[in-house]
Design a protein around this ligand. Sequence first.
Ligand code: GLA
Length: 412
Amino acid sequence: MSTPEWLESWSDDDGARRVRDLFDRSFGPDGGAADGVWSAPGRVNLIGEHTDYNAGLCLPIALPHRTFVAVRLRDDDTVRVASAQTDAHWEMRLSDVVPGEVEGWGAYVAGVAWALQQDGFPVRGLDAVVDSCVPFGASLSSSAALECAFAVALDDLLGLGLGGDDAGRVRLAAACIRAENEIAGAATGGLDQAASLRSRPGHALLLDCRPELGALENAAPIPFDVAAAGLELLVIDTRAPHQLVDGQYAARRASCEEAARLLGVPHLRAVTPDGLDEALATLEPHDADGVLRRRVRHVVTETARTAEFADLVRAGRVAEVGPLMNASHASLRDDYEVTVRETDLSVDSSLAAGAIGARMTGGGFGGSTIALVRADEVEQVVAGVQRAFEEAGLRAPGFLLAPPSAAAGRTA
Ligand code: GLA
């Protein structure tokens, strides 16, 4: 069997050095060094999948893997960005940034500047570079990490005063979400940006996405000390190619909205587990193929599982969350239908090799799975998954460990 590949995170010093060097190579000759370095983490969602846009509960942590940016403000309104991951510079004037008109990955950067400008802040152009150890396309929110790194950079450089407390970070997260929804054109729900901007080291963040909740009531940090329980959170990047991701995500969202409309409720959170059977019966005449009922069953049961998971963690019973993770995966596979062969195999082989719970994480259709593993059995689980992928003739997965890490902020 080949040696498993570990996807290591970078230290702050290493990340800062990389982007400063890249900045000097890309923009230095024009006018000096970057004004500073900022970074933001990717996230892994412990449980509560496809619940954020249904006003439900989710429970992410910030990864130790971060996206680093070095930024220098300009006096005009041009945004120029270079990335270690692509050769081409991305350039656009802020005045040309409008929904539907921005192409390429720079949309995540310009979109944040645009959203802050829409909020009335005096945003200017910038020269910037990006480098990242957040695995790309692995449902670990590399795009949210990019947005949030720029959000804290602009906040700092323009003196907006938002990054210093949770209320301000809620506003930065809202700007990042608008950048993603309106400029990058991905109708995602907000979980990723909240995780990247509002997480705390050693904690999971219980997000309650009901729109009527105030900004500060909708997130509660919960100590999540897997190491103290003798466990590790193992993340497995299955490297399954994402297919039809945007269309499928939008289709899931549309089904949930359609079901809520038929049920006469503002969102599916309004359906409680006790009211689920009645809701399913109401949908039946409108739902010949059963799709709406399966989607609703997932959303309602997933929020209930997330509440139970959070209660167990709060009670210091993290070793007991395994069955909830497994049930979440089964629901995402059978009712929400967002898993693929690779994510199912990763979960099944993790459990067969001794994990106490496993599930896909993020939007689905490929991407990563997580497994809660006894600390002295990590190698054995990694070997089991690696072997299962090899035997199935699949591309080797990547592995990383995920202690709950820090939110976005200034790095250097
Ligand atoms: C993606 C989206 C999030 C959330 C998850 C599924 O990560 O960006 O908003 O909907 O999928 O839980």
